[in-house]
Design a binder for this molecule. Sequence first.
Ligand code: ADP
Length: 271
Amino acid sequence: MSLATSSPPSAAPGRPIVRLEHISKTFSNGTIALKDMSLTIRAGEFISLLGPSGCGKSTALRMLAGLGEPSSGSIVWPDDKAASKGSEGEIGFVFQEPTLMPWATVFKNVWLPLRLKGISKEAARPRVMEALEMVGLDKFVDSYPRELSGGMKMRVSIARALVTRPRILLMDEPFAALDEITRQKLNDDLLRLWEQFGWTIVFVTHSVFESVYLSSRIVVMAARPGRVIDEIDVDAPHPRGIGFRTSQAYGEYCRRTSESLLSAIGAADHL
Ligand code: ADP
């Protein structure tokens, strides 16, 4: 399959894709959004950044996407010849809101990143259709966003992120605004795709249950200042599904992760 980027999830994580090295970010108003964050992201990992509001999850993700520079520390892409930045087009970003162009069809929305690279509609068509098939929306290629449900809009947004065949997919609370059933369905579908294609994903969430279900590794963060306080490997086998969701192992991972999150909140003096 052409969108496969790395080894399957059952294998040990692969080569480092990107390293955050002692990253700190202080905004001009003095807010320390991140303090001394170090993290190595390896090929084929599904990493969740989990933590309370304000702990710097989005800031870290945005800096990985090249949207904002760290105040100190560095972001190293070992495969890149040119210093520290990921090459354009090789990072897929999915926001909490689908951010679609309402006046454009599903096709044109998904084509956009390729169009910006100068790829014509006809040349882009196979890749646009491939991305839409992955998210189960190839039949809706001529629909407009207003004709789609919230979950379908999010699928279009994911297809748009996949169409450039990114080496890393960054997702900022992509399902937080969706109802629980839609959210679970999208979690299942995302996990199936990850299991099938072995993508590298960094997923921001504040849901313990979502992070345990999806991740191979959970990075727990605390606020004020934003920092990493724990890392939890979720070694449960794949494919994961309802069996995992209802298993004792899942319950134990959730308990362990909740404790860590509680200490993150306590560490930030929220209680
Ligand atoms: P999270 O995603 O974990 O909720 P953020 O990364 O959005 O956290 O924010 C971390 C901290 O940085 C928060 O205190 C937030 O208010 C602050 N912050 C984020 N963006 C800016 C900005 N552009 N200017 C000033 N402060 C910001």
